[in-house]
Design a protein around this ligand. Structure first.
Ligand code: FAD
Length: 456
């Protein structure tokens, strides 16, 4: 196969490469350089569409030896757009879609290009699931490496709490296994430390019996926000681990621009009577508005919000953890939401509780174990002419919320302009992460991420 590439690739690599090496003039290049966030418009010198671990290792070595910037793409969802480099080598794992489920041990092996939709489709065949993203098009790789919030986090912890091992291509181009037994320090670092320590080509997870859930979404017009907040807070204060419920300000999906306060929730318990009783308070919210909840397959729960996040939409996000979920903080969000310039935007507050918050903050690199609430201002729009207005609104809303938030931020929600707060994503674990970055990637080859600089 002869290809003209802007980045020159040695003949032996080109001949052995199982995937595709795309240069800017190749068919497929334009599609491959695009990620979820339509604001990201970068042009790699080479896109290495990897099919095998050896492809990944070759691409890492090529980038290192030729001093080219390396970016790594899993599901391509990160709004900061660090999965794409300008001019360097983009290591694209999207074609690596293998998923193998072992129902006898309830373990799942999945490659770095798998999305949660792919993953859940395979595990559902065995009535199993693992905590993963609430939108199914998100990649397992970036989401897991940053922590992993999802519908099962109250009962089964974050995605990283279910990770058993990973196959990692390091900055030296070596392929190593990371687990409690093999390279345990690397295993600690990749559970929250993002893409800083190497390219993860495969993940091995623990899965749990979850076939159906009692879940969905209940909502009322925004005018009723104060009562809804009280009801929500009353329910979650006593909620069991099985019930993960978020609260958010959303636009009606009918395009009218109508504003709602909504509670998406998921109860993964199997005792129907108990589950029904435990979500009763949430369904009463729906009784005065809309109740779109019921017993549904977990795969349906996982795709319920997909339509609200189409690929290519322009995105700008801001987030931090709240000191507490107070009426005052919600009043600030409601007031700002009334002036929101885009009918695609929402503000969603994730709740950390149960199994997630019982993990020691130093047990993995992810330190924010809660319990607590983490709002994300998810600003989305379609017309580039509206970009300035949407970014300005998001920043002003985030500023207005500052008196109610603290330093803690979730690394996976950071935007491209959040470099100054990356340290806060790691809190008490920062110093150990810097040490491990010095050990595994002293030259900072993997820097196109929310970076842990080996210089500290
Ligand atoms: P990518 O953009 O491909 O990757 C993000 C970064 O991760 C890369 O720049 C790279 O540094 C690193 N990376 C990716 N793959 C690898 C790899 N194989 N090896 C090494 N490094 C790698 N987060 C949650 O926790 N829960 C949610 O429910 C959730 N919902 C979301 C919904 C939407 C619509 C979006 C856009 C994001 C959501 N997120 C959620 C945030 C999500 O976790 C991050 O955007 C995450 O980075 C996405 O991973 P990805 O593989 O799709 O992204």
């Amino acid at each position: 196969m002869t290809q003209r590439t802007a980045v020159s690739v040695p003949l032996d690599v080109r001949e052995a490469f199982a995937g595709q090496l795309l240069s800017p003039s190749d068919d497929g290049y334009e599609e491959a350089r695009r990620v979820h966030n339509g604001l990201i418009d970068k042009r790699p010198g080479l896109i290495a569409r990897c099919h095998t671990v050896a492809d990944v290792a070759d691409a890492v070595i090529l980038g290192r030896d030729d001093q080219l910037e390396i970016s790594v793409r899993g599901g391509g969802h990160n709004v900061a757009g660090k999965a794409v480099t300008n001019g360097g080598v983009m290591i694209d794992l999207a074609p690596m879609k293998g998923v193998r489920v072992d129902p006898s041990t309830r373990t799942v092996w999945a490659q770095g290009g798998v999305t949660w939709r792919d993953y859940n489709r395979a595990t559902a065949l065995h009535g199993l699931a693992t905590t993963g993203g609430v939108v199914s098009t998100t990649g397992i790789a970036g989401l897991t490496l940053g922590g992993g919030e999802g519908w099962l986090m109250g009962k089964h912890g974050m995605s990283i709490d279910n990770l058993l091992s990973a196959e990692v291509v390091t900055a030296t181009g070596d392929v190593v296994r990371a687990s409690e037994r093999d390279n345990p320090d690397l295993f600690w670092a990749i559970r929250g430390g993002g893409g800083n320590f190497g390219v993860v080509t495969a993940f091995e997870y623990r899965a749990h019996p979850v076939r159906t859930v009692l879940g969905g979404i209940v909502a009322q017009p925004l005018t009723g926000w104060s009562d809804v907040l009280d009801s929500y807070a009353g329910v979650v204060e006593h909620a069991p681990d099985e019930l993960t419920a978020f609260i958010g300000l959303v636009h009606a999906p009918d395009g009218t621009g109508g504003k709602l306060i909504a509670t998406p929730f998921c109860h993964c318990g199997t005792d129907e009577q108990r589950a029904t009783a435990e979500v009763k308070g949430l369904r009463e919210i729906g009784a005065h508005g809309v109740d779109l909840s019921g017993r549904i397959p977990y795969t349906a729960m996982n795709t319920m919000l997909d339509a609200g996040f189409p690929k290519g939409t322009l995105n700008y996000w801001k987030s931090a953890f709240l000191r507490e979920l107070s009426t005052e903080a919600m009043a600030v969000m409601v007031e700002a939401f009334q002036r929101c310039p885009s009918a695609m935007t929402s503000i969603v507050i994730a709740r950390y509780h149960g199994a997630t918050s019982r993990v020691d903050p130093s047990a993995t690199a992810f330190p924010h174990r809660g319990p607590g609430f983490s709002p994300v201002i998810l600003t989305q729009w379609v017309d580039p002419a509206d970009t300035d207005a949407n970014i300005a609104w998001t920043q002003a809303t985030f500023e207005a919320l500052r008196p109610y938030t603290d330093d803690r931020v979730y690394v996976n929600n950071l935007s491209a302009d959040d470099a100054g707060v990356v340290r806060h994503a790691y809190g008490q674990n920062w110093a150990r992460l810097v040490e491990l970055k010095q050990k595994y990637d002293p030259g900072n080859l993997f820097h196109l991420n929310h970076n842990i600089d080996p210089a500290g």
